[in-house]
Design a binder for this molecule. Structure first.
Ligand code: SAH
Length: 465
């Protein structure tokens, strides 16, 4: 059945259809009868132009029951058809009530609605959807208190079932599945899972989530770039999301997994506003994902979300299901590309003085250098911040030799990835930008020649006694 909040219009062209319309209204008491102004007298509402009215109802997601020829409905709505998952049910009913034909909205309840109308008119609905006929269920259109997490796999899954595949049900009990005509077996070749957890589905594994009014906020890291560095947990969370919040570049990195989700893009700088917006969306019942690159807890959005929760103390956020899902940080991708420069004690320092004063950064670099940490530098240079890296180098040279290995890793996992090994003495600010992460070795960090002209960089775990 269509969502209970969606309205239903019974559209008639002449007074002769009014009786059938009222008969349908006995099963659908909330439906409104729309009648053509010149030709009807008893309709609930009147309209002057059939085409315009029908298209307006359709775009407002109103379920349409047209007591007229199927062809008229098809021709009128054809220019608007683009998304079968979003279209409302459209049903043609013969003027004498002898035929009920669901035309559109098979995924939003048209078949069940047609059956209800047919029952009221003592006839049969002309159901043509194979899955519905065979299994008495449309896997793509679960009851309104469930949501299919991976609708992109439903079509091929249903085709497999029609071809003879069997289903194993796992997770929470759901009678609409267990009491359907699906061929259910403990050894099923295909899996249907009902769970609240974010699980990654596939062409042989459909995942349904019970819809709860409590919202969920996931703060995820997509890894530095390519999908191969994105965790399966993060992929599952993205699949089940309704809303994505983040900087445009990061949302773009999510690729296909962002499809069909509401995007809330924002400027990279306004982290606190973005975090508050995400919390408000989740409090309104959405399944919200805040997207960071790399790891969400490393110079990224997770801390901003908790800062807002701590500062605002808004009771609406106390019941939210908040979850942080880790990702591979840029320094890990950079380290892996050259060997193991972070193999022993290390730290990470952001050179951005937008959120903290430069004096603090200076002291921290000096302390880390004195303590002989290998150091990963994030946010080394930007268009506005050009001198900080050179200043950092001067501080490091008070404790480190100019021959200390330095790794400059740019665009890791993304198009245009480059990894360069240099040394502290030769480091200049024009070698880095805001897409570069640097690793400066400790006093123990060493290089080893590779077969080509390149070198490995590693920091031994053992200190000579
Ligand atoms: N949360 C991110 C860091 C965000 S701060 C993470 O864990 O990686 C932004 C800084 O991260 C950039 O200025 C750059 O120093 C580094 N960075 C992020 N993605 C990168 C990538 N793909 N390649 C190199 N450095 C990257």
């Amino acid at each position: 059945m269509p969502h209970p909040l969606n309205s239903i219009a019974i559209v008639i062209l002449g007074e002769t259809s009014a009786a059938i319309a009222r008969q349908i209204q006995t099963t659908l008491p909330n439906a409104t009868v729309y009648g053509l102004t010149e030709r009807t007298q008893s309709a609930d509402k009147t309209y002057a132009n059939f085409g315009d009215t029908l298209r307006e109802l359709f775009t407002q997601s109103t379920s349409i029951i047209g007591i007229c020829a199927a062809g008229i409905l098809i021709r009128t709505l054809a220019p608007l058809l683009c998304d079968k998952r979003a279209e409302p049910p459209v049903i043609a009913v013969a003027e004498d009530g002898s035929a009920v034909v669901p035309l559109l909205g098979g995924l939003t309840g048209a078949n069940d609605l047609a059956k209800a109308i047919a029952a009221a008119l003592h006839t049969q609905a002309a159901i043509t959807a194979t899955g519905q006929l065979r299994f008495n269920i449309v896997l793509e259109a679960p009851p309104s208190d469930y949501r299919l997490a991976n609708p992109e796999h439903a079509k091929s899954f249903t085709s497999d079932l029609i071809a003879g595949a069997t289903v194993r049900l796992v997770g929470e009990e759901a009678s609409w599945l267990s009491q359907s005509n699906l061929s259910i077996s403990a050894e099923g070749t295909h899996l249907i899972e009902v769970t609240e957890r974010p699980v990654m589905g596939s062409v042989t594994h459909l995942v349904y989530h019970p819809v709860t009014l409590q919202g969920r906020l996931s703060i995820i890291g997509t890894g530095p770039g390519s999908a191969q560095w994105m965790s399966p947990e993060v992929k599952g969370i993205l699949q089940t999301a309704t809303d994505l919040v983040g900087y445009k570049t990061y949302l773009d990195l999510v690729g296909d997994l962002a499809q069909g989700k509401q995007r809330h893009e924002s400027d990279n700088r306004v982290e606190i506003d973005r975090a508050r917006h995400a919390l408000a969306l989740a409090a309104a019942g959405k399944s919200v994902v805040v997207v960071s690159s790399g790891d969400p807890g490393v110079f990224a959005m997770a801390a901003a979300v908790f800062e807002v929760i701590d500062h605002d103390a808004n009771p609406a956020w106390n019941n939210l299901d908040i979850h942080v899902a880790p990702g591979i940080s840029a320094m890990q991708a950079a380290a892996a590309a050259v060997g193991a420069p972070l193999g022993h004690d290390f730290c990470a320092i952001s050179l951005s003085d937008i959120l903290k004063p430069w004096e603090i950064i200076e002291q921290r670099i000096a302390a880390a250098a004195a303590a002989d940490f290998a150091i990963a530098f994030y946010n080394p240079v930007s268009k506005q911040r050009t001198w900080q890296l050179t200043a950092a180098k001067e501080i490091l040279l008070r404790w480190r030799s100019p021959t200390t290995p330095v790794v400059l890793a740019r665009n890791m996992g993304r198009p245009g990835q480059t990894v360069q090994v240099s040394n502290l003495g030769d480091l200049t600010a024009d070698q880095a930008d805001m897409r570069t992460v640097l690793i400066v070795g400790s006093s123990q960090t060493r290089t080893v020649k590779r077969a080509n002209d390149e070198v490995w960089v590693y920091t031994p775990r053992r200190y000579e006694q």
